[in-house]
Ligand binder design. Structure first.
Ligand SMILES: [Zn+2]
Length: 244
């Protein structure tokens, strides 16, 4: 088992799926540091809050990467999830059972194939996604076997032009934070909270995951949380449930 992502190829051109979150921002920075040609897209599928799209635009501007938000709003209204519908966003640890309500079915697959079409139209070599090992339990379309199948589908669908890469698929969010610190990713511009608002709530699954990853990585977290200590209790409770 390797815990290091494969080296990125600086001679190639990539279309990165930039959500405005931590992982895809580190990935975009990583790709630029490798010397590759990088463009970015965000897929707007009707996330309850548009705060992360504002973050994506800010990250792209900071990194001076060409960036396009892609509207798929009409599609999002047909995908039931607490992120796009009326149900409340659950509080707690991202590994809790109630986090399944944050799953937008087949979201990653949809975004990858939309991006593969755009990459083909622009003559780019590959689509790159920042899915990581922590995504696997909750999101089936983030698992390595799915990414491998999506790569095959993209290559077949574009006549061999566009590949799909997930260089973080076997590393953890903690390792992504460490990598981001090394390449000086603009952490402070990123947005993780599923609640929207102007400040990270500190209580939703992605806020907890973010705070936990910075702490585990030993990297200073520049994020302001409304409830800065909730992640500790959520993490302890989750650990107790796993061992009981
Ligand atoms: Zn939050």
């Amino acid at each position: 088992v390797t815990h290091q992502p494969p080296p990125l190829d600086g001679d190639r051109s990539y279309l990165v799926l930039l959500s405005g979150g931590l992982d895809s921002t580190v990935l975009t920075t990583d790709l630029l540091v490798s010397g590759a040609t990088v463009q970015a897209v965000s897929i707007h599928y009707g996330q309850r809050h548009e705060r992360e799209l504002i973050a994506a635009a800010a990250v792209a501007a900071h990194l001076q990467v060409p960036y396009s938000p892609i509207e798929l709003l009409a599609l999002g209204s047909h995908l039931t999830s607490s992120l796009t519908g009326a149900a409340p966003v659950p509080h707690g640890h991202y590994a809790d059972a109630n986090m399944s309500s944050t799953v937008v079915p087949n979201r990653n697959a949809i975004m990858l194939m939309v991006a593969a079409g755009i990459a083909a139209a622009r003559g780019l070599d590959a689509v790159v996604t920042a899915v990581h090992a922590g995504d696997h339990p909750v999101y089936p379309d983030c698992r390595p076997e799915f990414v491998a199948a999506a790569n095959t589908a993209a290559l077949l669908g574009t006549g061999g032009q566009v590949e799909i890469h997930a260089p973080y698929a076997r590393i953890t969010k903690e390792q992504i934070v460490q990598r981001g610190a090394r390449v000086v990713a603009p952490f402070a511009l990123t947005w993780s909270c599923y609640q929207g608002g102007d400040t990270h709530c500190g209580r939703c699954g992605t806020c907890v995951e973010r705070a936990e990853a910075f702490a585990a990585a030993g990297v200073q977290d520049p994020t302001t949380y409304l409830d800065p200590d909730f992640w500790r209790t959520a993490t302890e409770r989750q650990a107790a449930e796993v061992t009981s």
